[in-house]
Design a protein around this ligand. Structure first.
Ligand code: GUN
Ligand code: FE
Length: 420
């Protein structure tokens, strides 16, 4: 459907340049953005008009890292660190997804929340169960969302029910990958080794070969927690570091998303830049399970690609507006407590990371420039009345900080309505 969306537009032109256009027009033709206009050009005057009135209109959020099967227990079990949290919270819950009825109920809740959220595109983990993962993909596709879903690969240091056996791990991944690739148009499969401690070298080698055979994308976790990093050092004595433990299997490419990167060594930052890896910064999760603060400014200065993730259920919410303000807030603590050479992120910068930064993983996604995918949300902030005049930029900042008091009323992905 070709149409025109009218409202108070906000979108990024550059990391520190937030553009606003009160009562502006953004035009969608063939699922793509044809630009933003103060007055509607005559050539588009015949298109249907969706008038968002006083509401804010902005690009959709790109959530680069979350765990669909952990959504059900979000907001609980936050008093543990990563490894204990995996063993006592994540793994017992994920074991339940062997039961397709349980998976269907849980994933209905997840997909319904995703549909109503500010997120238009995502990279998410499922569990190692192929049938439940296909079911999740089916539901996300039916909801009109766009993104990647990974059947998790893992074969050690977990309960028996979550350890894939022998050569079957890689074979099952390939069978799932091929079926998913053929079956879905907007939800695509992504190779997903859980993290280094969960995968033997033999499994990683096979998954690396799969990546190359199919030109496939990959997602995993990198340098999240100090105990985890020490464990990886012990498990991989021949690796130059945690990033190299993936790189030696060819797993670091421009189609790779690595979550966290809280404690990168300087040579690892250089490797991530050189390989074009996308880092998913997940500030809420890093606070909740006490991992630390990722050095986002250092990554950005070095030229590493960075987007934001909620990492539900390490993060407690799929609300990406919250991820934007968490990113700003933890960067202030990083500057204050850790390194005063690393300037805090501004709100426009964090908004850029959530839209354009992470959007780059999906192609031309994340802003309203001509030729970008028409991914847009309409944000009703009328629940935040104010006696004083406010600019659109101020209203955007407040919508991020007070997201719970705002409502997403419309959402479009590739120009298709997902929420209306
Ligand atoms: N590392 C390995 N698995 C996980 C997970 O499920 N969540 C987080 N935050 N880190 C991980
Ligand atoms: Fe995670």
């Amino acid at each position: 459907m070709d149409f025109v969306l009218k409202g108070n537009l906000c979108y990024s032109e550059a990391p520190e340049r937030l553009a606003t256009l009160p009562d502006g027009y953004v035009v969608c033709v063939g699922g793509e953005c044809r630009g933003t206009f103060e007055t509607l050009p005559a050539q588009y005057a015949g298109l249907p008009l969706v008038d968002a009135g006083e509401a804010l209109v902005m690009p959709g959020m790109n959530d680069l890292h979350l765990h669909a099967p952990q959504f059900a227990y979000r907001g609980t079990g936050m008093d543990l660190e990563l490894i204990d949290w995996l063993n006592t919270r994540a793994y017992p819950e994920e074991s339940k997804y062997a039961d397709l009825d349980y998976a269907a109920r849980a994933y209905d809740h997840f997909v319904d929340a995703m549909r109503r959220s500010a997120t238009t595109r995502f990279c998410c983990f499922a569990t190692l169960h192929a049938p439940a993962t296909l079911l999740l993909m089916e539901k996300l596709e039916a909801a009109g969302l766009c993104g990647y879903v990974g059947k998790v690969s893992m074969n050690r240091y977990a309960p028996e029910t979550l350890c894939e056996l022998g050569d079957r791990a890689a074979r099952d991944c390939e069978v799932w990958f091929v079926e998913a690739e053929a079956r879905f148009a907007h939800v695509k499969p992504i190779i997903t080794p859980r993290f280094i401690p969960s995968c033997t070298d033999a499994l990683l080698r096979s998954l690396g070969e799969l990546m190359r055979r199919y030109g496939a994308p990959l997602q995993s976790h990198l340098s999240e927690n100090r105990t985890e990093i020490r464990w990886v050092e012990q498990l991989c004595p021949d690796s130059a570091g945690y990033a190299d433990a993936y790189d030696r299997f060819g797993m670091l490419t421009p189609r790779t998303v690595m979550a966290h990167v809280v404690y990168p060594e300087p040579d690892e930052i250089e490797l991530l830049r050189e390989r074009g890896v996308m880092v998913a910064h997940c500030p809420a999760s890093n606070m909740n399970i006490r991992s630390g603060i990722a050095p986002v400014r250092r990554l950005l200065k070095a030229g590493v690609r960075v987007g934001l993730g909620t990492d539900v259920a390490g993060g407690q919410t799929i609300d990406m507006f919250r991820a934007v303000t968490d990113a700003v807030q933890v960067s202030k603590l990083y500057w204050r407590l850790i390194d005063q050479r690393q300037r805090a992120l501004t709100l426009p910068e964090a908004f850029y990371l959530a839209t354009v930064g992470g959007g780059a993983y999906f192609g031309k996604v994340g802003t309203f420039a001509e030729g970008y995918a028409f991914d847009a949300i309409v944000v009703d902030d009328s629940g935040l009345p104010h006696p004083q005049p406010m600019t659109v930029a101020e209203r955007l900042e407040r919508a991020m900080y007070l997201s719970g008091e705002c409502r997403i009323t419309h959402k479009y992905v590739n120009g298709e309505p997902v929420l209306a």
